[in-house]
Design a protein around this ligand. Sequence first.
Ligand SMILES: Cc1cc2nc3c(=O)[nH]c(=O)nc-3n(C[C@H](O)[C@H](O)[C@H](O)COP(=O)(O)OP(=O)(O)OC[C@H]3O[C@@H](n4cnc5c(N)ncnc54)[C@H](O)[C@@H]3O)c2cc1C
Length: 601
Amino acid sequence: MATNLLIYRDDLDFLLYDVLDSATLTQRPRYADHSRETFDAAIDTAHRLASQYFAPHNRISDESEPQFDGQTVKTLPAVGEAVRAFARGGFLAATHDYELGGMQLPTTISQSCLALFRAANVGSSAYCFLTAANANLIRAFGSDEQKRRFLPPLLDGRWLGTMALTEPNAGSSVPDLRTTATPLPDGRYAIKGQKIFISGGDHDISENIVHLVLARTPDAPAGAKGLSLFIVPKRRVDSDGTAGESNDVALAGLIHKMGYRGTTSTMLSFGENDACIGELVGEIGQGLRYMFHMMNEARIGVGMGATMLAYTAYRHALAYAKERQQGRLPGNSDPSSPPVTIIEHADVRRMLLTQKGYAEGALSLCLYAARLVDDEKTHPDAAQREEAAQVLALLIPIVKSWPARYGLATNDLAIQVHGGYGYTREYPVEQFYRDNRLNALHEGTHGIQALDLLNRKAGMKDGQAFAHLHERVLTTVESAKRGGDPELSGKAKTLERAWKDLRETTQILLDAVKEDPISGSANAAYYLDLFGHHVIAWLWLWQAVTAKTLLPARPHLHSFYHGKLAACDWFFNTELALMAPVHTLLREPGHNALRTEAEWL
Ligand SMILES: Cc1cc2nc3c(=O)[nH]c(=O)nc-3n(C[C@H](O)[C@H](O)[C@H](O)COP(=O)(O)OP(=O)(O)OC[C@H]3O[C@@H](n4cnc5c(N)ncnc54)[C@H](O)[C@@H]3O)c2cc1C
């Protein structure tokens, strides 16, 4: 069976160094010890560990879901080995300060490294990402005492972490969470409640599991302001940091899923015997704010996960299409002539180009968002930091959701390119499809992200965030026109017009939302698609301008650059062109599903 890790380093190098100019990050004080060589070394290490420890059991863990044996949840030994290799490689603390044992890597580089683990095995790498997010929160908001006791074992992979928000009656609506935290005389809290869908909530991989739980203190106000964040370990942790007795966190059930089957999904019961103790993180009532602090990077992570599943599937489909022989081209009815490889058929070429446009477009989007995180945190100019923060906030719902939606479409096409074989378990593409289906659901569903984009982000700061993004698009437009290449100039003009249309459609929608928030936002999901396509078209033009500039000096990458130009061409001529009716629909905000009564469905 083919290994699933088919990543082309050319793509990463092109986006990181030629498009995003990441090597210039080393001029910033925080990354001064780094160089392109250290960045490359980190990516090489990630590739080696992902190939050696993660890729080999991707299929096996899909087929052997974790099982509860009456005592513990049993996982494959390979999962634990992979998680420990990830921790030894320093990737749990990739962006952390050197003093905390971190590598102080820019987010652009760390996301590139983590992308390789996601491509190799989303199920096993999820334990690592949850633990990194958990440790990041404790590092940002925990007391010195909490950092001393919890961070070392989390960062060296001895303990793993979870994020425990969701409850049976509160999924999308986090403010409705009901789990309670009652103060105890010693300053800690008694935790009681049920959480559902908690990834990595129970397993035999680590000595302890550190849950970060959102819960409500007595007399807390209703809604989000009443939520506080608690560290709730599976086994209680002494003052010297030793894990001891059970903390009354019980496994209420394992959830069996269509994909991501290597990660345990659990229903957890906290305090069934009134003996579950939690420690408050930071201040009362700030729990959701703390969670949101980490949300941008978590959502880039989800977008990157969706992207890598799509990218990997595309690479498998491409390899298959170059080998599989079937049929003859139209006009050739001679049965004695040899069959062609299926990549020669126009429809298969169409499917591959569409996949390339989506998957490599999504990769550019996620890495661009990671670069915005770096600029927000480390750009030497305060105004640029603020601008990066605004553009990032505006783009986040798209970064989370566009790759999830069009990544799944890529996975669907990868199955189609394989024909009937794609539907069988002998080939990996069906698993990528099942794994990727999750990404439109967790970390805020597609519908919730669309509402965030339209109701909160599109008009944020009186439209300033949109204006900053638009200016960046126009910079690419100008550079495409300046080059004097007629094809690129033509696309520049198309993009300029498209963004003018997007701005107008956005204004119509913002006015409609102001007039009637329910009806005005009813088509928000279409708006997210539309906006996402405009962003991806921009990033494709940026890639095309870069490829065209580099082509003469790098003849050995001739096909690679022509591939970028062709994908840009394809995206403009098909995907962007197909958005015209979406503008029409959105400009008639009354044309929405609410005209249909619930009883009529
Ligand atoms: C495999 C898996 C792993 C997960 N891991 C974790 C984890 O580790 N920790 C954790 O805390 N949670 C986790 N989750 C939970 C996940 O975040 C929720 O499933 C998600 O937020 C949706 O909540 P729900 O399932 O209750 O769906 P619901 O909120 O009931 O949504 C159902 C449908 O209604 C729509 N909808 C709901 N409200 C609105 C609204 N206001 N406007 C428009 N549409 C709306 C949704 O978009 C969706 O289409 C995980 C889920 C899965 C499936």
